[in-house]
Design a protein around this ligand. Structure first.
Ligand SMILES: [Zn+2]
Length: 259
């Protein structure tokens, strides 16, 4: 993904090269025989010992993602969990309960549970399941490569010849629905699509800027996201190295600041 944040100088955020490697902590209690409702009741008692227990409902929903939500309405606590988490180990469901209930009561989410939950979602088999669910259940709007000023297939093939020996398989290419300045381009591996902001479909805008954004997204096609531990590293060192080969890179980056 390429957004305006990426135009910030490197090193302004957290160091992307440092992994937050953690050991899963000891389990807090014997919880393997609890139903989801019992887990929520126990976690609620832990977070709000004096609050009387509401009626609790936990439902699994068919979502195209791993989202979950919680609601407290007229004495009934309703939790909706993406069905991709059905059958997740009890400590993961417990972690999610802490996350959702802490959010509901505007308390900080205990770090142990936040990390345990993220580690689980970052597991390879879960990511693969998620990708499949997105493909099957998610819908994606793709405009097609033809714009008013440029054809994205042509831009792609030119860069493919210049930088990849023409070997990169062409994904679906499309223009964003809206003229976005914050999201200049993104690659969606679930649908194998590169979407480019319509802001570039303008003969008055420099072609170099469009080419750089396309090149950046082509590198995402070429270098998959690095998932290790909790972190998701999108722009790996390998990625940055490959990007530095782009001709007039500094000039292109300057252009993006002035769109
Ligand atoms: Zn990117």
């Amino acid at each position: 993904m390429l957004n305006s944040k990426e135009m910030q100088p490197p090193g302004s955020g957290a160091n992307p090269d440092v992994y937050d490697l953690i050991q899963p902590g000891p389990l807090q209690s014997a919880l393997f025989f609890e139903t989801p409702v019992e887990i929520y009741a126990r976690v609620l008692k832990d977070l709000k010992p004096r609050t009387p227990l509401p009626e609790i409902r936990v439902e699994y929903r068919r979502y195209a993602n791993a989202n979950s939500s919680i609601r407290l309405e007229s004495g009934c606590l309703t939790v909706k969990i993406a069905d991709i988490l059905e059958g997740a180990p009890a400590p993961i469901l417990e972690s999610l309960a802490y996350i959702l209930l802490a959010k509901l009561y505007r308390q900080p989410v205990p770090g142990l549970y936040a990390r345990r939950y993220r580690l689980y979602l970052n597991r390879r088999e879960i990511r693969q399941k998620l990708q499949l669910v997105r493909q099957i259940r998610g819908r994606k709007f793709v405009s097609g490569p033809d714009g008013t000023a440029h054809n994205l297939d042509d831009v792609f093939e030119r860069l493919n010849q210049a930088y990849f020996d023409g070997l990169l398989g062409r994904p679906l290419l499309g223009w964003s629905r809206r003229i976005s300045r914050s999201m200049l381009g993104h690659f969606d591996p679930s649908h194998n699509v590169i979407v480019i902001s319509r802001i570039f479909d303008d003969a008055r805008k420099p072609l170099l800027a469009l080419e750089y954004v396309m090149f950046h997204e082509m590198l995402h096609l070429r270098y998959p996201v690095d998932h290790r531990g909790v972190r998701r590293r999108v722009h790996t060192r390998e990625f940055r190295q490959a990007e530095s080969v782009f001709r007039r890179l500094a000039e292109a980056k300057e252009l993006l600041k002035k769109l």
